[in-house]
Each structure stands twice: as C-alpha cells, then as structure tokens.
Design a protein around this ligand. Sequence first.
Ligand code: ADP
Length: 312
Amino acid sequence: MKKIITIGEILVEIMATEPGDGFLEAISLVGPFPSGAPAIFIDQVAKLGQPCGMIACVGDDDFGRVNLDRLAGDGVDTSAIVTHPELPTGSAFVRYRPDGSRHFVFNIRHSAAGATGATPEAERLIEGADHLHVMGSSLSTPAIVELALSAADRIHARGGSVSFDPNLRPSVLATPGTRETMDRVLARTDLFLPSGPELFLFSGAATEGDAVAELLGRGIRAIVVKDGAEGARFHAEGALVSAPAYPVEEIDPTGAGDTFAGTFVTLWLRGATPAEALRLANASGALAVTRRGPMEGTSTRSELDAFLGAHA
Ligand code: ADP
C-alpha cells in the first residue's frame, strides 16, 4: 500500500460550550481537542488503514502529547514529529456566535509549529513516502516551504504523486510572497483540492469550467472542488463527476475539508473511481460536521459504510 505523508501545524482547539459573542466574560470551555489541518487530514488517512506519517513540531507539553497520543494511537507514523524543548504547542480558542459564525483567539504564530523543518527523521519519512499532501495554511515559514517543495520533487522523481489543498483565506493570499509560493506548489501538484472560492484565487477565469481548463492546462491531473453543503465535483481532462452532500445537522464545520481530503486522496491512490472516492469523501465531510471538535470528525471505513447505509 502507498504511504501518504504531510507536513505542517499541530495545535489544540478549546471550545466554548455555549454560543456567544466572544471571550469577554467567564464561560465554560471544553477541550483540548487535537487539531491542525494537516494533522486532521493524516488522522483521517490513518483511520482508513493507509500507511501514513507526518512531519511536524510540537511543544514539550500536554497539548503536544495529546496530539502525539491520538495520532500514534490511530496509526500515524509520528517518528518525524519533533518535540521542541522551549516553544509551546499552539492553541486556538473558538466560540460560535448565535448566527453560526466563529470567533477565534489564536495562539499559533510563535508556537512550536513554526520550528518545523528538515531533520534526519523527516528525511527518512520522505524517502519512504509515495504521496505528499500539502496544505497552503502550513506553508508559514521559508523552511517549511523549501522542505515541502523538495519532498514533492523527490517523491515525484521516484514515481510518486502530490496533492494540494490551498486552505487559504483571500486575505492570506494578499500577503507578499504567498501567491508565488502557492504557484510553486501548484506546479508540482497532481491532484488539487480547492474549496469553491479558492478555485478562483488561482485562475483569472469567471466560471468553474474555465478555471478548471486553465489549471488542467498547467499540468494538474485532477481537480476536486469542495462545495460545503452542496457536495463536491471531480474534474479531469474530458471528465466531470458531481456528487451531492449528505443532509446532516451541522454542529461544527471545522475539519470537514481536511477529513474529506484525507478520504478522497486515500481512495484515489487505491484506484477507486472518482464517483466512489467522492461518495466516501462526502460521507467523511458530512460525519465531520456532525461532531464537535476538529479531529473528532475523522471516521473509520466501517463508520463511513454505516453512515452510507443509513443514507442510501
Ligand atoms: P473546507 O472546509 O475545505 O472549506 P467544505 O466546507 O467544502 O471544505 O467541506 C468539505 C466537504 O465536507 C464538502 O465537500 C461536503 O462533502 C462536506 N460538508 C461540508 N459541510 C457540509 C454540510 N453542512 N452538510 C453536509 N456535508 C458537508
């Protein structure tokens, strides 16, 4: 079986138990929940039984340990997750507002995640990998960017593949250098997984069809557009497959795109048809939004099959 790896941030999320407008009063909190977009992605891959590993850096603290225990327990190769002796594991506090939007307080910028870089353990993981998944949100330092690009080149040179989920807000794309970095990753991407609006951040086109044609013309083999409660669409040269989302009650949308991508990439590498990969990935995303906590949304194959059986 092909080994999938990813590089990036690990953090914890701590959530307010009741909706409200922020953290300006004493409120009840629940957590810490393991989190970080690439960590959620790789946990989903592990839950499907695929060999996988992660290159990351956590603090020498309980927030780091809670993540390491969860990832290792679910089957992720954590040999390239380094423990930093001084910097803390990052955290995010989140409270839902009454209108369903989210208020965040982040403590990530100066956390151990920023110290992720090349180590002998990372080199070993890259040498044994068949597929690299890159998330735009992880490319926060020059060291991480260079490590991701060199991993992509080395995995390609051995006949492997690369997927890319931009996971970016437009405001981040406006940061100097970000677009050039994303273009360098896109030039190495086989499977691209943007959300609906993100597709247009990377193309001047006005319609999804034109944007897809432009990106396929740049050498990307397949594009999966994630469209929230609308489901998802797969595009490749001469192929378009749409799959509706499953109707569920949304409790917590954080991590839906990462679990969707973990399932789609795993199924794609196993040779599933686009329709089958979309069916299971939509089930993953739907199950994720029904659970509180970002990584709590990852699912095993039997959980996905049970969900699909109930929604046949
Ligand atoms: P991202 O988190 O990257 O923005 P989306 O919000 O598009 O990604 O969610 C990813 C996938 O999760 C969707 O394509 C869909 O399959 C599923 N999903 C997300 N929100 C819902 C929802 N409210 N109901 C059902 N499925 C959902």
